[in-house]
Design a protein around this ligand. Structure first.
Ligand code: ADP
Ligand code: MG
Ligand code: MG
Length: 203
């Protein structure tokens, strides 16, 4: 079972990964966007870590909702509301249980990813974070532990697969054909978030 501690591990691990990779995320965003994805997420996840420190109690669901709210209120770019929605809707889907089974988290994440697709109006192949998130939740499957590692691998492959795509949503879509040949920053950060989930599952 996954308790509140697991979700703290995931979110603080995600914050550390974003901090470590911020320059690379911004570099990717400078090629097909406005060069702020790394700094956007660094600011957002730093706020998430502070909010978690200020909230000593909390359930898996309430901690994800809290984190989502922080991202929405601190990240100015498109990724803030999108990632905020992912965490908020995933958290809501978990309800108020003190512990959740991995299969419940997989199901809740599918709800969260669907909410991102609905909010942004993007679908697979549009060269967005969904190109990493959708394969990740598809790979989660129903089994325990190991499925998080499979999700991380699928997210990585999904992020790489955005290179030859032409962007159809977000700022990169303004570039049309010139968006081809670059990895999408949001798909890249999504792979970091899923990798942090897999690390949290390893203990
Ligand atoms: P902004 O583009 O506002 O500067 P960021 O740079 O923080 O915001 O985030 C850009 C990323 O957000 C893109 O690389 C893409 O993955 C994601 N994104 C943008 N628009 C959408 C959308 N409509 N649906 C899903 N993801 C999107
Ligand atoms: Mg940007
Ligand atoms: Mg911006």
């Amino acid at each position: 079972m996954l308790d509140a501690e697991f979700f703290r591990r995931w979110l603080t691990g995600a914050a550390a990964a974003v901090d470590r990779e911020a320059d690379r995320l911004t570099e990717l965003d400078s090629a097909i966007g406005d060069a702020d994805h790394g700094s956007n997420l660094r600011r957002g996840f730093a706020a998430v870590v502070r909010a978690l420190e200020d909230e000593p109690s909390g359930t898996p669901g309430s901690l994800l909702v809290l984190a989502g709210r922080e991202l929405i209120s601190t990240v100015g770019g498109a990724s803030g509301p999108l990632y905020g929605t992912l965490l908020r809707r995933t958290g809501k889907a978990l309800g108020d249980a003190a512990e959740v089974a991995p299969v419940q988290l997989a199901e809740a994440l599918r709800v969260g990813v669907a909410a991102v697709a609905q909010l942004g109006g993007a679908k697979a192949g549009d060269k967005t974070m969904l190109d990493a998130l959708e394969p990740a939740v598809a790979a989660l499957g129903e089994s325990l532990g190991a499925s998080f590692a499979a999700a991380a691998e699928a997210a990585d492959e999904g992020a790489l697969a955005t290179v030859p795509m032409r962007a159809r949503k977000g700022r990169a879509s303004y570039l049309g054909e010139r968006s081809v040949g670059h990895q999408d920053p949001g798909a890249t950060s999504s792979a970091l978030l899923v990798a942090a989930l897999a690390s949290a599952a390893e203990g």
